[in-house]
Design a protein around this ligand. Structure first.
Ligand SMILES: *Cc1c(COP(=O)(O)O)cnc(C)c1O
Length: 232
């Protein structure tokens, strides 16, 4: 099943890039493996998945230790508590979810002490939804230069999670807003900000039409996750 699902998602990505006149390799698929067992993640790896997304440090680290990083890479896509930064330890090629300047500073300081540079995206709450993590667009504007000056991190783009809407067309404006914020941030800061992480199982095609370079897809590959206390 996983193999077929993965092929189906790849095909949909390819069609969405064609439809929007983009190069097929301008979009990378993050296979979201949170709450998925190592056996099933291995199945996805065998089927050619190369980037895996995890949203909890304590769940991700044992999986990464078990599976290694040979030919694959791991991205962190969840809310990162500041007291967990010390556990990052070179595990993740990209952190999608830096949602405050304080967290960025903390990661930067930690990575500087390890003599490395962590690639990150800044998570923006484009919809203004109160329950969501992410910076307000105004905060991004105010602080983008501060982010660009931090050593120990390299900001490579923006990420967003719009409010769930069963009709993906309703999320289009949020995706295009993120792209506008990116373009504006590039002008303001000189950062390259080439990545836009947006789009999940139910809406990644619309996200691609609006410029996504990274789509984060779980359910459409692994099937529904078990509901757990404390959210997904
Ligand atoms: C769980 C999760 C996804 C994947 O969602 P699906 O609907 O299963 O594709 C994407 N992004 C983030 C940040 C997530 O936590």
């Amino acid at each position: 099943m996983i193999t077929e699902n993965l092929a189906g998602v790849r095909e949909r990505i390819s069609q969405a890039t064609q439809k929007s006149g983009r190069e097929p390799d301008s979009v990378r698929l993050i296979t979201v493996s949170k709450q998925v067992s190592v056996d099933r993640i291995e199945e996805a790896r065998a089927a050619g998945a190369v980037i895996f997304g995890e949203n909890k440090i304590q769940e991700a680290i044992p999986k990464i230790e078990q599976m290694g990083a040979e030919g694959i890479s791991w991205h962190f896509i969840g809310h990162l508590q500041k007291n967990k930064v010390k556990f990052l330890d070179k595990c993740f090629d990209l952190i999608h979810s830096v949602d405050s300047y304080e967290l960025a500073e903390k990661i930067a300081r930690h990575c500087q002490s390890e003599n490395r540079v962590q690639r990150v995206l800044l998570q923006i709450n484009v919809s203004g939804e109160a329950a969501k993590f992410g910076m307000e667009p105004g905060e991004l504007e105010e602080r983008i230069l501060d982010f660009s000056r931090l050593q120990g991190i390299q900001v490579e783009g923006l990420m967003t999670i719009p409010p769930f809407d069963s009709d993906p067309e309703n999320s289009r404006r949020h995706f295009s807003r993120l792209r506008e914020l990116r373009d504006q941030g590039v002008k303001q800061s000189g950062l390259l900000l080439h990545d836009l992480s947006m789009g999940m199982s139910h809406d990644f095609e619309v996200a691609i039409e609006e410029g996504a370079t990274l789509v984060r897809v779980g359910t459409a590959i692994f099937g529904p996750r078990q509901a757990t206390p404390g959210g997904n």
